[in-house]
Design a protein around this ligand. Sequence first.
Ligand code: SF4
Length: 155
Amino acid sequence: MKKAPIIVSACLLGKRCRYNGEDRAHAGVIRFLRRKKYLAVCPEKLAGWGVPRPPVEFHGGGAREVASGGATIKDSRGRNRTAGLMKGVARALRRALKLDPSEAILKEKSPSCGVKRVYRDGKLKRGQGLFAYSLRRNGVKVRSEESFAGRSGKP
Ligand code: SF4
């Protein structure tokens, strides 16, 4: 039987898709994925957002509240970016679920990909990004790069 592929945040593999134009290439994740099938995705690129771009964070609630309309995603200029990110996450989710993935490895602390911690109302708090939340809602196991030995090349 063929092994199901793994979904991974594109920036962890060295794609320079972060808001500031950097990547977060992670040696442990790259090593783990060697000779495995995977799909690299960036929900924020799939939202049509450019690089660089103003960073975004949660306001008034976490991923569940955003998904149900009770909270928002705003950028550092105060603009509401909820609809755009929801669109990017929906696109990423469709691509991911088509493959019936075995798990996802996502970048911690991102408003899209964060697994246990995200920025909310100006502070780092317990919570998950919108993409991580959506994958879990669809039964996909999610963990972050922090489960792997080795670090990203940058602080
Ligand atoms: S953390 Fe996720 S949304 Fe942010 S740059 Fe990486 S892949 Fe894209």
